[in-house]
Design a protein around this ligand. Structure first.
Ligand SMILES: NC(=O)c1ccc[n+]([C@@H]2O[C@H](COP(=O)([O-])OP(=O)(O)OC[C@H]3O[C@@H](n4cnc5c(N)ncnc54)[C@H](OP(=O)(O)O)[C@@H]3O)[C@@H](O)[C@H]2O)c1
Length: 276
């Protein structure tokens, strides 16, 4: 099974569900990521900060899946904000990946206290024009950060990857992204490190559909129109996570899951997160 494709605002497409690679590192990583590609994943999510661009690139290069069917994502780290810095950082990422193109390149955090994300974005626009990057986007950008990009460059991000799970449904952020033509991706879609997958309300919905709780949560993301990128290094679980496009949650299910929203962040806050 592969995920259906969604349209981006730049004419390219994105699989409706992808593979998170945070913490998949070391000698076994290319094999695990390669197995995920074999299982049907076409969107891969890496970052300089995950220290696994080389392993992701190796899996892509070794795969029998044609390069053009894969969407390789990486993210510019906080210490590389700035125009020249971003151009250099991109070159270094390409080298580590061992690829001649990044399919989706994201600014990892806006870092408003540093205030260099607009000039960084100008470099991203240049990189896209040069063709070394296919689609450009951001991560953890609040609506006001998106507005500055659009006001100062006229280019809205293709993607905004934000923390999103039933404890943090991001209703306003998703609406803000959509109104700018920006597709929302969900990080920590399964609520990593929380009790989300043990919630009895979710188990009941899973039992009703004959599915796992993980599948119910991931199906919820896709029905919201967001693109989840669950991470699993376990083949049974990563296969299960992708198999969510052959059932539908009903209005009652969606209301039950919607009631879990507490606006609870499990990760950093875009207002003050700085990762240099
Ligand atoms: N842009 C950002 O700032 C940002 C921040 C955080 C994450 N991310 C990206 O988002 C991806 C996903 O987020 P995440 O890794 O934080 O968390 P997540 O995908 O919500 O959860 C991952 C955890 O859930 C377990 N798991 C996976 N599938 C499962 C299932 N079906 N049932 C039960 N447990 C399951 C995994 O363990 P096993 O591996 O043992 O299965 C792992 O411990 C990351 O890998 C990364 O690519 C981006």
């Amino acid at each position: 099974m592969t995920a259906p494709l969604l349209d981006l605002n730049d004419g390219h497409q994105l699989p409706a569900l992808g593979y998170g690679t945070y913490s998949i590192t070391g000698p076994d990583a290319p094999g695990i990521i390669g197995e995920a590609i074999d299982a049907g994943y076409r969107l891969l999510d890496s970052a300089v900060r995950y220290e696994n661009e080389a392993e992701v690139g190796e899996a892509v290069r070794n795969s029998s899946v044609p390069r053009d069917e894969l969407v390789v994502t990486t993210k510019l780290p906080g210490g590389d904000h700035g125009f020249d810095e971003a151009l250099r950082s991109c070159e270094e990422s390409l080298k580590r990946l061992g690829l001649d193109r990044i399919d989706l390149y994201l600014i990892h955090w806006p870092q408003p206290p540093i205030d260099r994300y607009v000039e960084t974005w100008k470099a991203f626009v240049r990189l896209r024009e040069e063709g070394v990057v296919r689609s450009i986007g951001v991560s953890n950008f609040l609506p006001e950060h998106l507005d500055r990009l659009v006001d100062e460059t006229g280019v809205a991000p293709a993607v905004n990857q934000v923390e999103l799970h039933p404890y943090l449904a991001q209703t306003e952020q998703r609406a803000a992204d959509a109104s700018r033509g920006t597709l929302t991706e969900s990080w920590s879609p399964l609520g990593r490190g929380s009790d989300l997958l043990e919630r009895p309300e979710l188990q009941q919905i899973a039992d009703k559909h004959g599915r796992s709780v993980g599948q119910v949560v991931l199906r919820w993301h896709t029905q919201l129109g967001a693109v989840p990128i669950p991470k699993s290094a376990n083949p049974e679980r990563f296969r299960d996570n992708l198999a969510v496009f052959d059932f539908e949650l009903d209005a009652d299910d969606l209301a039950t899951i919607g009631a879990l929203d507490e606006g609870r962040r499990l990760g950093g806050d875009p207002v003050d997160e700085v990762q240099l």
